[in-house]
Design a protein around this ligand. Sequence first.
Ligand SMILES: Nc1ncnc2c1ncn2[C@@H]1O[C@H](COP(=O)(O)OP(=O)(O)OP(=O)(O)O)[C@@H](O)[C@H]1O
Length: 749
Amino acid sequence: MDYLSWKTIARVFIGFMVIFASSYSDGFTDPRDVFAVNSLYASLGYPLLPGWVPNGGDPCLEAWQGIECVNSNITGLILNGANLGGVLGDNLGFFSSIMIINLSNNRIGGGIPSSLPLTIRNLFLSGNQFVGSIPSSLSTLGQLTDVSLNSNLLTGDIPDAFQTLPSLINMDLSDNNLTGQLPPSLGNLSAMASLHMQNNKLVGVLNVLQDLPALIDLNIENNLFSGPIPERLLTIPNFKKDGNPFNTTVMDPPILPPPPAASVSDLPPPPASSGAPPSRKAPPPPVAKGPSSSARSGSAEAKGFWTTKKVVFIGVVALFVIIALGLAVFMLCCNTKKHKSDGISKMPGGYNKGTTEKPMIRENAVEQKNVIDKVNKEAAEHSKNEHKINIKTGGMSNQKDDVDMGSKRTGMISTNREEHEIDMLGMDMNRIPPVAKSLNLPPSVRSFTIASLQQYTNSFSQESFIGQGMLGSVYRAELPDGKVLAVKKFNSEALIHHKDDQFFQLVSSVYKLRHANVVELVGYCAEHGQKLLIYDYCSNGTVYDALHSDSENNKRLSWNARVRISLGAARALEYLHEVCQPPVVHRNFKSANILLDDEISVHVSDCGLAPLLSSGSVSQLPEQLSTKGYNAPEFEWGTYTHQSDVFSFGVVMLELLTGRKAYDRLRPRGEQFLARWAIPQLHDFDALSKMVDPSLVGAYPAKSLSRYADIISLCVQAEPEFRPPMSEIVQNLVHLIQRESLNKKSYED
Ligand SMILES: Nc1ncnc2c1ncn2[C@@H]1O[C@H](COP(=O)(O)OP(=O)(O)OP(=O)(O)O)[C@@H](O)[C@H]1O
């Protein structure tokens, strides 16, 4: 207690110091953020991080690696897979506005600090070496939407800290050493869609999870949970439960004798939660099955064995007879319904596998149908016919697919067409095709049904259409929870040379690309011969639109915005080329693939899709959709490397400098290819000032312009090996921004 109050006093004191320091600071970044980031840097042991300094500094203005800012506030700290060690320290709570912390896949140890920033939305700390328990201060993070603490060394109970986290959608606590029962407050997580707790040592029953309305992805595999499994959980589209000592036989009425007093489902959860005092211990379950029940009854038996031995003996004989009778009845059933039970016995499943599950699965199917119906009632009512028509447009082969997929999702044998059609009306069912499973798609990648995407895109309507690319069309999809996604629907030719397993391989590798400046893949759809990728939606169009469309948008890009966009895009390529293993060549880098969000932050699209471009399947596409104007000279000889991406990046910088298109057939012959026209003029200052985008109306610092042109010259050199690596370009752009900020000139909007 004393310790706590001293700790509190110390924190208040530090707070005063920060505020005091801020009055003397003339930096741009909020002093609280500078303090928090300096403290973190010390706790991590001052690793080599570009831009970072041990004391003070200006993380936002100086664009420190991994720091994201909006105006003068740090909003993101993204240093996943950066080989960081050390600990997190106690001052993360000083960040004033941070929304995302991604420090996954490092070697950070120590405990997860109890002082966490109240503004945090995404907390990603997976794949580290964190020890100790999950702090109960999680309860104070009211804006939290995603938290991943998986693959650490966490121990202890999951804290009862979820009463007031209404926005929490995804939580991953898997692969730790967590123990104890699920805390009651988990039942309050009304928005929770994906919950992973597999590979821990959690005990007790799952009842607290049964009323989570949004849960579609639950993994509790390899724990010590006991049964029975609440029926509602069995309707969850992606529910993984193997490797737990469930006792599900009570859910199989035809086989079990009627429970004499209380069924197992009425039993209290394991001993710790039993309210019965030891002297009045609850009677042992009628049939002692499995380790947990025998453990519960163990001491009572030891006490009264000699006085009740006859009763026990008779009981054992009776039990034996009942089991033998049950087996005989069951075998009879098997013989008479062989054609059905054959399929069921092949069903995968750990402790739930076996004959006793047959009736339960049927109940599950009916229940699942009901729940899906309920969830989609509205959509189903007005669009059922339309969906049926759309589903059938897949052709004759679909009938077989329908049957197969229905059985794959639920693990049941279903030949009932009507039932399957209702399934197809389901929302995102997270139905993972077997080939996808065998390729080990990350569990969090979402599998969408065509039906759900039709619903979200208004049947891929014209109003939802965003744009056409080389490989297909992109649509805006609005999910029932209001989230907006972008759906890329491939042309049939785009994937003609790609078998299913290659597509899933592609999904798996694209999904792994996680960087603040790379558009995130959310999921995929592979049904009825259709292939779609589902991405985060970027609301502010592309750099191409901003520069070249006739709307007012192009007036909005100030010189500073153009330089910042260049830096964001450069960082995306740096990540692909120099952080990803194996390195990823973009192969289609152009201004139309640089998307902008509300804050004009950059998200590069189509990362990881190069295998589709090299297949040769897109060679027939119209000129305006090609990469004409961006290609490096070596492309003519059929060579494309990461250095070719650097050239294309230089062309995008030229676009930003001049406001001209990379290729514009409406211009005079010598000016149609921007690179050919501009490169010879880059070192002539007079020519340069004539090349600048007229829409900037002179609002740019001359020095900055010529430095920017120098960076372009490095990128667009004819010899690929002379072009610098992207990390060097990033550094050059950072220095350019730093120098500008020193001059204190602002060309902001
Ligand atoms: N995640 C997204 N969020 C918002 N809009 C997007 C998203 N992805 C793509 N778009 C829009 O859809 C259009 C088509 O995208 P797509 O990537 O298919 O083609 P492209 O980038 O124009 O050309 P290419 O196929 O050569 O990459 C883009 O120009 C962009 O306007």
